[in-house]
Design a protein around this ligand. Sequence first.
Ligand SMILES: NC(=O)c1ccc[n+]([C@@H]2O[C@H](COP(=O)([O-])OP(=O)(O)OC[C@H]3O[C@@H](n4cnc5c(N)ncnc54)[C@H](OP(=O)(O)O)[C@@H]3O)[C@@H](O)[C@H]2O)c1
Length: 246
Amino acid sequence: MTAQRRVWIIGASSGIGQALALQLAAEGAELILSARDEGALRDLAQTCGGAEALPLDLADPDAAITAAVTALSGRPLEAIIFTAALYEPGRVEEIEPAFLSELITVNLTSVFHLAKAAPRLLRRGGQLVLFGSVAGYLGLPSGQPYSATKAAVANLAESLAVELAPRVDVRLVSPGFVRTRLTDKNRFNMPAILSPEEAARAVLAGLRGKGFEIHFPRRFTFAMKLLRLLPYRISLALTARIAGRG
Ligand SMILES: NC(=O)c1ccc[n+]([C@@H]2O[C@H](COP(=O)([O-])OP(=O)(O)OC[C@H]3O[C@@H](n4cnc5c(N)ncnc54)[C@H](OP(=O)(O)O)[C@@H]3O)[C@@H](O)[C@H]2O)c1
């Protein structure tokens, strides 16, 4: 990212998105802040000095992205950072159908709508930053449907990185555990957990570099990458043991 930055953060009302907003504002970026919680966005916009709140609900991604494109057209963006996501731990057989549909819409379908609009909104070479997760590296028990959407976002980002190059610089962020309202729902020990501020610093450092995937903390993400490379016979036995079933 360059010095004169107009950046749209979708998912800015809490967690990593909010921490990114505060750090980017401190660096002088001009921000557009989106999520559902209008009050939280307005408070954050004031703290960020002149940022613009653009509330939207990704439960209807077509309407939300179309309205945002109309609102944002005219001045090209330097980056679009999409952190919005829903998560609820639990076993697949317990998932409520309406929530399943909402989660897939917010976490995945929205990203397709955004990807279609992004080339029109970004300056040439601007960044489209999508959030996967180490949870998408391998399907862990009690992590669905969230982890399936994160695997899909990573897969989509891989396609987009080639399809949209060089007009759009597509990046994939794969965090380990970060202490936010999302992980506050977990009832297990979360190794190498970071604060949202630490996560935001890692994301911005990655965006200043050239790498497609920005993953952190590396002591944890490399272990998860290794788990993915193992034969299923071993990796599934290990995940069963992690889940206390081995
Ligand atoms: N925390 C972690 O350990 C972790 C690990 C790996 C990956 N990630 C990824 O990092 C990203 C940020 O996560 P986080 O931990 O910062 O979560 P978070 O604090 O829960 O933030 C999620 C954001 O998504 C927004 N959002 C949810 N539903 C929405 C909807 N229907 N329309 C518009 N916005 C919506 C929320 O705002 P409103 O409620 O105001 O709409 C909020 O701003 C996510 O993509 C997550 O999958 C997180």
